[in-house]
Design a protein around this ligand. Structure first.
Ligand code: SD4
Length: 325
């Protein structure tokens, strides 16, 4: 691409980014055209805006993209209004909130925790698994024991007032049916690149509301909810975890980018694959978010309603994703 075309594309994007907090129409930007500046942080859904801001502040402070993606999603883990992330999230069928999280850097280092209880920052526990154990994933009571050994505070096990109220209501019928963009809409997946092109990502969730006790979604599964490779790019996922695991969604996107697809094309192909492998697609929402090493961005979902926050040093805006239906 000529330098002039690159400049025009950057300018177009720049003008979209000048209005903080204003949603831009991603649909208007052609495939392959979205080139953002570095550093770049992308994260899923509206809570991505404050999360991106926390990530960017951390990046400015330490210069570490790993620190940035950990700190960014910690903000969401503490957000009491978010009922799909952190200990305030909606519980499983038994009334117990269990958390899943993963973290990864572009050199292949990764860590995750699944089905963990009483830990306020599962993302930091996932980072500790990555940095302090020979393993990639710890689950359930073992993950909690590791948290205790590492000095993480263990929280009292009680539902937040909002979650308790919702759970009591749910118990009246006790029916579980994932509802598009209502129940499945709040996980945070964050991917970021520093000014030198080093990548990292994080993903954290309380999973699906009223899931079976022991259910683990895509978010802590490296390759499903998150995948990062410094040679290519990064991807993360949100939505019905079972549908995402079936196609190894985030890994699939990174591999498609490795073969030359743009992040947008890769996200669209992954959604197509997901649709082909899942029955009752009208009841399933899933969305993917990706970037490549050049700073090109992709986002695509099964149904309308998915959005993401795009942050750079100078701006932080919401962008609407396109969808298959
Ligand atoms: C899960 N993928 O546990 C998560 C849920 C989610 O936005 O993404 N909600 O299946």
């Amino acid at each position: 691409m000529s330098e002039r075309r690159k400049f025009i594309k950057k300018s177009l994007l720049g003008s979209a980014l000048l209005v903080p907090g204003v949603s831009t129409a991603f649909a208007g930007i052609q495939k392959n055209q979205l080139i953002a500046e570095k550093p770049l942080i992308l994260s899923t859904w509206n809570h991505g805006l404050p999360a991106n801001a926390a990530a960017i502040a951390k990046l400015k402070e330490t210069g570490s993209i790993l620190d940035a993606v950990e700190t960014g999603v910690k903000d969401t883990e503490l957000d009491l209004s978010n009922l799909s992330v952190g200990l305030q999230g909606l519980p499983d069928r038994e009334g117990i909130t269990t958390l899943d999280a993963s973290i990864m850097t572009g050199d292949g280092s990764c860590g995750s925790v699944a089905f963990v209880r009483q830990v306020k920052h599962p993302i930091s526990l996932a980072r500790a698994v990555m940095e302090k154990t020979p393993h990639v994933m710890l689950a359930g009571e073992g993950a909690r024991q590791f948290a205790i050994a590492e000095g993480f505070p263990i929280e009292k096990e009680e539902l937040s007032p909002k979650a308790k109220e919702a759970y009591e209501k749910w118990k009246i019928t006790s029916k579980y049916k994932p509802v598009i963009n209502i129940e499945n809409h709040d996980t945070i997946g964050m991917i970021g690149m520093d000014k030198d092109g080093n990548l990292a990502g994080s993903c954290t969730t309380s999973g699906l509301a009223y899931k079976m006790h022991g259910r683990v979604g895509d978010s802590p599964i490296i390759g499903a909810g998150l995948y990062v490779d410094n040679e290519v790019g990064a991807a993360t996922a949100t939505g019905l975890g079972e549908s995402i695991i079936r196609v190894c969604g985030s890994f699939l996107i990174v591999e498609l980018m490795r073969q030359g697809r743009s992040p947008q094309e890769a996200c669209e192909e992954a959604v197509k694959r997901l649709i082909s492998k899942n029955k009752n697609i009208k009841d399933i929402q899933a969305g993917f978010l990706a970037m490549n090493k050049e700073g090109q961005i992709g986002a695509y979902a099964v149904h309308p309603g998915f959005n993401f926050a795009q942050g750079t040093l100078g701006s932080n805006v919401m962008v609407d994703s396109k969808s298959h239906f």
